[in-house]
Design a protein around this ligand. Sequence first.
Ligand SMILES: Nc1ncnc2c1ncn2[C@@H]1O[C@H](COP(=O)(O)OP(=O)(O)OP(=O)(O)O)[C@@H](O)[C@H]1O
Length: 265
Amino acid sequence: MGLAGDDLRLGYHGTLVVDGASLGIEAASVTALVGPNGSGKSTLLRALARLHHPDGGRITFPGGESALDLSAKDFARKVTLLSQSRPTPNGVSVRDVVGYGRHPHRGRWRTGDPGGPRAIDHAMSVTGVTAMADRAVDELSGGELQRVWLATCLAQDTGVLLLDEPTTFLDLRYQVEILDLMRELADLHGVAVGVVLHDLNQAAAVADRIALLDRGRVRATGTPEEVLESSALTETYGIRIEVGTDPATGLVSTRPIGKHLVGRV
Ligand SMILES: Nc1ncnc2c1ncn2[C@@H]1O[C@H](COP(=O)(O)OP(=O)(O)OP(=O)(O)O)[C@@H](O)[C@H]1O
């Protein structure tokens, strides 16, 4: 399983904000989308999740089947998106919200999903929300809620998992655990993970491939070493960004140089 957008043109009210973007989210692999605010990352991810209708281009599964031709339920069995904001339901328990993820697997009368309870328990366990299963979601902190929504996506058990800034609101432990989880899903379960990240060092650490967006276009795609290059990043973000190698991990590492650092580095 995987998903590819080809030559996508995406806009709002007749104004294009993504123009001719192509991006592949491959099976058993983590693809990170990075780029400045407003460069079109969320719009592109939402289009891949069929939440934003393209003005042009194609979205296909491997083999060429168009994602836009599937029924909503069939699509939801294959692709899920953890979006940046979702309305928080009032008075609904964590377990029930995670259960929403099973909707494409259920029959018309919420029946016929023998794997449901196990998938829900597993999703709650790996996101660390089991202890709050009976609490109402509107009582949770931002980070706890983020993990509940992630569990909902995991319970959906799709081959393509799209995540829009999943580490926002999370403390250091859960940021790292979500990165670990992405790698585990790709490496052990063959999931195609597409993730928007602002932290370039997190992207370098977790991703097999990175796509750098710049004003609605994919400026570069490739391995972290290929894409995280000082002059391209400096031009794209409009601030000096130095690139080196982390001596401890051997991973590519980036450092934006603000005025407060001039003279110190
Ligand atoms: N609902 C909307 N109506 C009109 N324009 C929008 C809407 N949502 C986004 N845009 C515009 O589309 C462009 C791309 O926005 P998008 O949210 O995809 O960028 P992004 O790269 O995800 O940004 P960020 O890093 O700030 O989340 C921006 O110029 C934004 O102002």
